[in-house]
Design a protein around this ligand. Structure first.
Ligand code: 5RP
Length: 297
């Protein structure tokens, strides 16, 4: 193992140079996979734009019914049409999402903690790959706690998921966890996103940070950016815009959509940024137009 003391810090990310090994496939780093893996990735990442709007509503797996997600059966059908991919637990999806929607699924496959605990960093893969296959999942999502107490076990579980996913051509989405005490620096996200990619995941879900373009350039698979805590719609659209400009292949947004007073309008505005090149300002105007709310409201 390389001694970490005296290690030369990475600095030349050549952010302006596009990823060099994509062949003619639209998903970063996936050119060498087989048909099944590419088919599933194409259900998540729109082949026309190479990007995705994932709707995250997996919060209940450790938080119970949080604001906006009290009634999955009412909310999710309203929003599903505007998303490329639904990220949820098998319980939420089986019970509340009609299979006739035919949407791609990023199946939350790890758990182990609840908000009743101080330390949420101990998770394992709890969903059998057979069940992910039965649900026709387009990806399995595993949370990984780099730099936290549960690092070793969550890395092992992530690698288990990658092994099983490779066997059946189901992409694994590695989810970079950020705990209360965990730093959210560029250095942290460079480390965590790259580690997950090197473990073999096909997608990394992460958070936006300063110098995000360096993080995206150094990660050989697509990054999708989480929304985080609810902020003003204008700011959430700026987050989406900055992420896409910085090299993200999409967003995996939850609270900033379902906790908006106008979730249907908000997800459509996010999609304009992700797929249609709208700026955050244009997308916010579009949002106001849909809601007929004036900016002062
Ligand atoms: C947490 C998750 C959540 O799905 C994620 O945080 C996305 O939701 P939000 O946009 O509300 O942050 O993966 O592990």
């Amino acid at each position: 193992m390389v001694d970490k003391i005296g290690n030369k810090a990475a600095k030349d990310f050549s952010e302006e140079i596009v990823f060099a090994n994509n062949g003619n496939f639209h998903v970063k780093g996936a050119a060498n996979y087989d048909w099944g893996m590419k088919d599933r990735l194409s259900r998540i990442f729109n082949p026309k734009t190479g990007k995705t709007v994932m709707l995250a509503f997996d919060h209940g797996y450790f938080m119970g019914p949080t604001s906006g997600l009290e009634r999955l059966d009412i909310l999710i059908p309203k929003l599903a049409n505007y998303a490329d991919c639904l990220m949820g637990t098998r319980g939420a999806i089986r019970s509340s999402v009609p299979p006739s929607f035919n949407k791609s699924i990023a199946l939350r496959a790890s758990s182990g903690s609840s908000i009743l605990q101080e330390d949420l960093s101990h998770e394992s893969m709890v969903v059998d790959i057979d069940d992910a296959i039965k649900m026709n999942a387009s990806a399995i999502a595993i949370q990984t706690f780099i730099g936290a107490d549960g690092q070793k076990e969550t890395i092992e579980e992530l690698n288990k998921a990658v092994n099983l996913g490779s066997k059946y051509s189901i992409p694994t989405m590695g989810v970079v966890a950020v705990g209360k005490e965990m730093e959210r620096t560029t250095q942290f996200f460079l480390l965590a996103t790259r580690m997950l990619a090197e473990f073999g995941v096909q997608i990394v879900k992460t958070y936006y940070c300063d110098d995000f373009e360096k993080v995206a350039a150094a990660c050989p698979v697509p990054l999708v950016v989480a929304g985080g805590k609810k902020i003003h719609e204008k700011d959430a659209l700026a987050l989406a815009y900055n992420s896409i400009q910085g090299g993200a292949a999409g967003v995996d947004m939850g609270r900033n959509i379902f906790q908006s007073a106008y979730p249907e309008e908000m997800i459509q505005a996010v999609a304009k940024v992700v797929h249609e090149g709208y700026s955050d300002v244009e997308a916010y105007e579009f949002f106001l137009h849909l809601t007929k709310v004036s900016e002062e409201d």
